[in-house]
Ligand binder design. Structure first.
Ligand code: ADP
Length: 480
């Protein structure tokens, strides 16, 4: 009953490689789309940690010299995903993360991800191993050049392309002197095509050349057309407004459900949540009578993390406590340490990245703080809803689309699921936390809000259906 074949092209995917929400989404989409008849396969670079998989995979398309060395696509299956791994050791076989090592971003990132985009376009134009996609679904700047390359390659089949913006702050900038080396044509170096403030942006290229653009929430889709959120690309997005859709990310409920946690609970059996809270407090040596707020986040300016130390003393004075899991900017890590040291029995801190610990936080916390300055979709507030760990969020992007603020009207209608505040500043967060303390003290109301939150559908069902409708529309469209 296959309705179509989609090649999803990205730099990360759960369970193979993850630095943020992009990986959750790319990893979850194939299984969400399969029941609707879509055969989605995922293409990723073969980073060092993934190269052992190649032994069991089939070698497919190759290129003798892809930006300085040989490259080959390998196809195979792993943990339920149908994968195409791009092996190009000169670009991807290195110690460090997908984008950087301890010295900073890799200097050749434009070439590394142009290589991914090139081979994705080639797979689109020519197929490989008897499989040819109908649509390339590209994610973020790392796959941004693929629609351009696809057009230049032509190919036998009218393959369509769609790009999803997960975060417009990362634009894939490259110096214009690399134009020819990146296999881009000089005649396309103008403001209406590849040129971007005198240089190149692979994300801009994707936004110009893809047949359709999506982003990960309806609110962010609107915000992106304004300078404060579009960050230089607002005009490009606005010019294509008719081809822009906002589709919320979902939660992969096979991984994120309180029913499957070691200390299990559900909206009708909440005793486990109290046990999980006690276990979390014991793990961090905390004694907290008021709300226990958690943070699971990259520690960056985007996430508004700098606001938390400014309001923590007040929150603690009102009975609150916190457990923070994250890593990132050294100054923010230092501020977090100082804050935790001031309140050893009220604030727990783990600097680092731990999937297992994050589950214990979502299960044991009362509330999750997401004070982002901008947030394309955000996943942690969705996990919070699913676990009855009520979100306290800045009213922006996907946070505004997914959390129903506890107002008198929403409380009366039994629809409130959290607290949202605006603007994103210390005063806003301070007031939101004072509100959290009040709401938490009203136990019947709090329990009602937890039920509301846990019943809010946050799975992939509706969003997968929305992607499916877009794919259908793309396939029905005549080729450009
Ligand atoms: P972003 O992709 O901008 O970082 P999202 O909310 O979309 O933000 O996704 C972040 C993902 O990364 C979530 O799955 C979150 O649980 C996870 N995450 C972030 N920081 C950590 C950490 N320190 N340890 C474990 N998981 C983390």
């Amino acid at each position: 009953m296959a309705q179509g074949k989609i090649l999803s092209v990205a730099s990360e995917a759960v369970p193979l490689v993850k630095t943020g929400g992009l990986a959750d989404v790319v990893g979850a989409l194939p299984a969400a789309l399969a029941p609707l008849g879509w055969d989605m396969r995922v293409m990723l670079p073969a980073y060092s940690a993934l190269r052992p998989l190649l032994d069991g995979f089939t070698p497919l398309t190759q290129e003798l010299n892809l930006f300085g060395g040989p490259a080959q696509i390998y196809g195979g299956a792993h943990e339920g995903l149908q994968l195409y791994l791009l092996d190009a050791p000169h670009l991807f076989d290195r110690a460090g993360g997908p984008y950087n090592d301890s010295y900073g971003d890799y200097g050749d990132n434009p070439f590394r991800f142009a290589a991914l985009s090139w081979m994705a376009a080639k797979l689109g134009a020519e197929g490989a191993g008897g499989w040819q996609p109908d649509i390339l679904h590209l994610h973020d700047w790392q796959a941004g050049f693929a629609p351009y390359y696809l057009r230049k390659m032509g190919g036998t089949a009218p393959v369509k392309s769609m790009i999803t913006i997960h975060n417009i702050a990362f634009q894939g900038w490259a110096d214009a002197r690399h134009l020819a080396d990146l296999r881009l044509e000089p005649e396309d170096f103008h403001a209406g095509a590849l040129e971007y403030y005198g240089g190149l942006s692979s994300l801009k290229a994707g936004l110009i050349y893809a047949d359709h653009i999506t982003t990960v929430s309806p609110r962010y889709a609107e915000e992106l057309m304004r300078p404060e959120f579009g960050l230089g690309l607002e005009g490009v997005v606005a010019a294509r407004a008719r081809d822009v859709s906002g589709i919320l990310n979902g939660v992969d409920e096979t991984l994120w459900s309180p029913e499957i946690e070691p200390i299990a609970f559900s909206s009708t059996k909440m005793a486990g949540k109290a046990k999980a809270r006690a276990a979390l407090c014991a793990e961090f040596g905390l004694d907290v009578a008021g709300p226990l707020a958690i943070v699971v986040s990259r520690l960056t300016d985007q996430k508004g993390i700098d606001l938390i130390p400014q309001v923590a003393d007040d929150f603690v004075a009102q009975g609150g406590g916190m457990v923070i899991l994250g890593s990132g900017a050294p100054d923010m890590e230092a501020a977090m340490r100082a804050m935790a040291n001031r309140h050893p029995t009220r604030i727990g801190l783990h600097i680092g990245y731990s999937e297992a610990l994050s589950h214990r936080l979502f299960a044991g916390g009362d509330a999750i703080l997401v004070p982002s300055r901008f947030e394309p979709c955000g996943l942690t507030q969705l996990y919070g809803l699913r676990y009855g760990t009520l979100p306290v969020v800045a009213a922006t992007g996907g946070l505004a689309d997914t959390v129903i603020n506890a107002s008198p009207a929403s409380i009366a209608a039994k629809s409130a699921t959290g607290i949202s505040f605006h603007p994103t500043d210390a005063l806003g967060l301070r007031q939101a936390l004072a509100r959290l303390v009040q709401l938490y003290a009203d136990r019947p109301l709090w329990a009602q809000m937890q039920r509301n939150a846990m019943r809010q559908p946050v799975g992939w069902g509706p969003s997968a259906a929305a992607y499916g409708r877009l794919y259908d529309q793309l396939l029905a469209r005549p080729s450009a």
